[in-house]
Design a binder for this molecule. Structure first.
Ligand code: UD1
Ligand code: UDP
Length: 387
């Protein structure tokens, strides 16, 4: 055995962590955790990219100078959920069989994350869930993310809750309190880190910039058409406003946005910028309208009011704190919420407070410390997030 250890260099003091990312937000939110893990000499960190996203994932990995040890490259145009699930599961299972990590880590609610938890479960490898415990009242909404995060939570050995509400939800579901840690959201670590060095954005027009993103499955079709009609009405009534809309790469989303807004002289539909540029766009924006989860979380750190283009949100903290308003996907409420913010400076100032209920920038340090403790390694003690 001693010869074997010498020959293979196997060192039981070194623990193996395998992190899995697949989409743009997976990579952004895992980047600060990965940076922390990669700094640990007693942890061998392997990064697996499922390739659920292609260009949008590569962009983030490059921006954070992260290199995937393997990329399953599963993305196809207009991929189905069942295809994604099976393609990622079979590749990840082979990887886990060979790599035999001590822990698998993934974040959030994407198909990649749900599959990572399932693959770890089948191989009886512990699973740590970053951004755990977000909940709505229905497992079907948002679809399929609510199922994905509940499934990941069901079998996680470590749950990193971004907010007190998420922490309470996990304890309410009966998880061992020792396995649930209130950390804050790692998206805030990422945005604070990048905001400091983000370049100054050069807007395509003069006036007040409305930054818009929309891509969520539940908004495909009529809701997205409504969002476009609302934006046209806002632009027609507020002559000093212009829209910058970085388009998600999904062809169905792009077609709808181009059809609804493509001809408007003050609507600028642009390719998805890499993360630092997107952060500089958020800094330059007067108002943000979005159905994105991550953008809702990050905007309060930059003091930008957000109109949430969803019927319900699993991130009510921003609404409760007064940074965001849930405006739905009907034309009239979107238009009237935007017009009142654009014409009432008092209301605008109340929403533009820089205070973030989602994190304090130290989530990843807490997560790395908890992972170290779980693996039996010495860990620094960090005060819990006070959110
Ligand atoms: C996925 C997540 C969603 C998350 C979003 C972040 C699931 C089920 N959905 O949704 O929770 O909010 O990512 O952006 O996990 N495409 C490209 N290039 C890319 C990425 C996507 O061309 O780099 C196109 C492909 O045609 C692909 C389609 O977009 O088939 C949809 O991608 P998919 O990951 O299935 O869904 P998203 O809507 O991106
Ligand atoms: N983002 C980006 N470029 C863009 C749009 C968004 O880098 O063109 C970042 C954004 O700052 C946030 C994350 O991507 O960190 C959110 O991803 P997305 O909106 O695709 O997914 P969601 O958060 O809704 O799951």
């Amino acid at each position: 055995l001693l010869d074997y250890i010498r020959l293979t260099g196997y060192n039981s003091a070194v623990k193996k962590v395998l992190a899995v990312v697949g989409t743009r937000p997976d990579a952004i939110k895992m980047a600060p955790v990965l940076k922390g893990l990669l700094r640990c000499p007693d942890i061998e960190t392997t990064l697996i990219a499922s390739g659920q996203h292609r260009e949008m994932l590569d962009q983030v990995l490059t921006a954070f100078d992260l290199h995937a040890d393997a990329n399953f490259d599963v993305m196809t145009e207009a991929q189905s959920l069942a295809y994604l699930t099976s393609a990622i599961l079979s590749s990840l299972d082979s990887t886990l069989e060979k790599a035999r990590p001590d822990l698998v880590v993934a974040q959030g609610d994407t198909t990649t994350t749900m599959v990572a938890s399932l693959a770890a479960f089948y191989r009886q490898i512990p699973f740590a869930h970053v951004e755990a415990g977000l909940r709505t009242d229905s497992v079907r909404s948002p679809f399929p993310e609510e199922f994905n995060r509940r499934a990941a939570g069901l079998i996680a050995d470590l749950h990193f809750a971004p907010t007190r509400r998420a922490w309470n939800a996990l304890l309410g579901e009966g998880h061992d309190p020792a396995s649930v840690l209130l950390t804050g959201n790692t998206s805030i670590d990422a945005v604070l880190d990048v905001a400091e060095r983000a370049p100054t954005y050069q807007p395509p027009a003069a006036g007040r910039m409305l930054l818009v993103t929309t891509h969520r499955r539940e908004n495909w079709g009529v809701p997205q058409d409504n969002i476009c009609s609302a934006l046209v009405q806002i632009l027609d009534q507020v002559r000093d406003a212009f829209v910058v809309l970085p388009m998600h790469r999904n062809p169905a989303v792009r077609r709808a946005l181009q059809a609804g807004l493509g001809g408007h002289p003050r609507a600028f539909l642009v390719e998805p910028p890499e993360y630092a540029e997107f952060v500089s766009m958020m800094k330059a924006a007067h108002l943000i309208l979005t159905d994105s989860g991550g953008v809702q979380e990050e905007a309060p750190s930059l003091g930008k009011p957000v109109l949430v283009l969803r019927r319900e949100t699993e991130r009510p903290e921003g609404v409760e704190a007064g940074n965001a308003r849930l405006v739905g996907t009907e034309v009239e409420p979107i238009v009237s919420a935007a017009l009142s913010l654009l014409t009432d400076p008092g209301q605008y100032q109340r929403m533009a407070r820089v205070a973030n209920p989602y994190g304090d920038g130290n989530a990843s340090a807490r997560i790395v410390a908890a992972i170290r403790t779980f693996l039996g390694l010495e860990a620094e003690s960090i005060a819990a997030f006070q959110g």
